[in-house]
Write a protein that binds this ligand. Sequence first.
Ligand SMILES: [Fe+2]
Length: 253
Amino acid sequence: MLRLLQFTDTHLMADPAGSLRGVRTLPSLEACLAHARRRHFPADLIVVTGDLVQDDAEAYGTLELLFDRLGAPVLLIPGNHDVPAELERSLSHEPFQIGGTHLVGNWAIVMLATWFADAEDGEGQLGHEELQRLATALEAHRERHVLVCLHHQPVPMEATALDALGLRDADPFMAVISRHPQVRAVAWGHAHQSLDVYRGATRYLCTPSTCMQFKPRDPHFVVDGRPPGYRVIDLHDDGGIATEVVWLEGYQQ
Ligand SMILES: [Fe+2]
């Protein structure tokens, strides 16, 4: 069994007191990491699925310090609030890996970038190159079980405002996934809430932010009172997945 921990939408800022819709993002991330260390370590793999910073490249240094010492590879992808060139400059060294495919046990973890330069307002797009990279990776790893990670939701969150900022090319993405039954799960962030649904035999997982959450299935962006959270994903040899969202119940900043 491999233990993977997913943290997402950390929205760090250079100012350590910086907050997003009322939640200070640095202490809430620190609390999530401390909680995970106590309850769910050791981990074989850490994934951080975008919006690592809040449009503030200076904060990649903070992220580096926090994730450098966890004793596991850290797979990263940019979200709409990231600055990919600066992300590459700051975190292109071990234990970090930006994008790409990571092989561990009989699993392949495929990390896809949905950040694109012409985004108007936070929506995502894989584009031809990432879709092709996904298809190539799935062809190359037919014998493995696969977890795909990205930032934007490929399935509707049933929330109008959020879904307007989803994945523009979700249809071709889902078409590729449907041709490759070895994809056991797809995990993302962006929506700052939890979701766990199936499409066919593939499980689709949205993970809450390490800072503030949005109210599920609300047509507008409404801040939810739920605390910071992260996800534990145990990947079994036979392709089985055991996963839970861990909420920091009672968290107070
Ligand atoms: Fe986002």
